[in-house]
Design a protein around this ligand. Sequence first.
Ligand code: GLU
Length: 262
Amino acid sequence: MNTVKDAKRIVIKVGTSTLTHSTGKTNIRRMEKLTSVISDLQNSGHETVLVSSGAIGVGAGKLGMKTKPKETADKQAAATVGQCELMFMYDKFFSEYGQVVGQVLLTRSDIEDPERRVNLMNNFEKLFNYGVIPIINENDCVAVDEIVYGDNDSLSAIVAKMVSADLLIILTDIDGLFTANPKEDETAHIVPVVHELTDEIMALAGPSGTKLGTGGMVTKLQAAKIAGDAGIDTVIMNGADPTDLYKLLDGRQIGTVIKASK
Ligand code: GLU
């Protein structure tokens, strides 16, 4: 089976850089395209879960913060305001395309507590039965240091595992995993398929994840490892043109596919 082409239940993770302009305001054109493509995928029989960042970025813009907040309390205030704006936009756009969305805000303890985990899994199944698109983010207004996932890449992989997704797609601001930093090395090219997340492959992401730009490749590969260990393939691709999702699911080579380890 071609796991990308045949995937039915798909978790799509979208990062702040895809959803916002450098001003911190929402990238309306991008959001409109993304929601239209996901709606169409949903109409064609896919079950989609959207893991969306952007709460802190959008909230910071809305609160007039000049730079991205560093203090936890400021991050929480920004996230509280931004999450509301994000969901308003998603609800508006998805409604225009005839879709119903639901907000799921999670913390590590929700997922690790066996009882809450089961409640969550039951809720997801019910949402799928009703054809709802769950939109997930970390519950940043309560998630402080010790309970924080911090990056939605890991969260998206954990969600993919929890809903037994067929595929995890991570949309970012770089085309995929490169053999070297494309900004510094013109021979750098995309690795189309990764069969095993060896130390050599992990090293391509660079030590801090900044080597290949703002995409934070390290956390994406770590997410692919979590998904892969659960038998789920991951695709890392550019979210600049959401219609690329059609090409990907039609079986075209887009981004980097990281094959599951089992
Ligand atoms: N939960 C954070 C937000 O919505 C994003 C975390 C991340 O960038 O992965 O702003």
